[in-house]
Design a protein around this ligand. Structure first.
Ligand SMILES: [Zn+2]
Ligand SMILES: [Zn+2]
Length: 141
């Protein structure tokens, strides 16, 4: 499905800016609002931050994109692409998606009695392939 169909399916108007926003997120993966704004602004100098903010909020509401918060890092946006975990490179800050079966993981959690689990994100830190190679990371077994 292309981005236009995706927007139409949720009854959102496929404005050029929304389409561009989704394209950019699709290409670059996880981006802060500032990075999105700076990228869009190159193509549309009159663009205001509040317009970008509003578009992001609307797209989040329709679950076309989602926000991910990382401790100690700015909140980022990504296209909604099913459940996955994240790996943050400690060296360059790159955020990578990791395929993860949340249902299987949930079954291994030992919850305090009486508690109910709703949702959550798994975030790991480590080194991306490039940094791991550059610093000759030795994996601790
Ligand atoms: Zn890295
Ligand atoms: Zn992700």
């Amino acid at each position: 499905m292309n981005y236009k169909q995706l927007l139409n399916r949720t009854n959102l108007k496929a404005t050029p800016q929304r389409l561009r926003l989704l394209e950019i997120l699709g290409e670059r993966g996880h981006m802060t609002i500032d990075a999105i704004y700076q990228t869009l602004k190159v193509e549309a100098p009159m663009l205001s931050l509040s317009t970008v903010y509003n578009n992001l909020a609307t797209l989040c509401e329709k679950q076309i994109i989602r926000e991910v918060s990382f401790a100690g890092a700015s909140q980022v946006y990504e296209l909604s692409r099913g459940e996955h975990a994240h790996l943050i490179c400690k060296h360059c800050g790159e955020i990578l998606d990791i395929a993860a079966d949340y249902n299987a993981i949930k079954k291994t959690l030992i919850l305090p009695a009486g508690t109910v689990l709703l949702e959550g994100d798994l975030i790991f830190s480590g080194a991306c392939a490039k940094c791991a190679k550059a610093i000759e990371y030795v994996e601790v077994a």
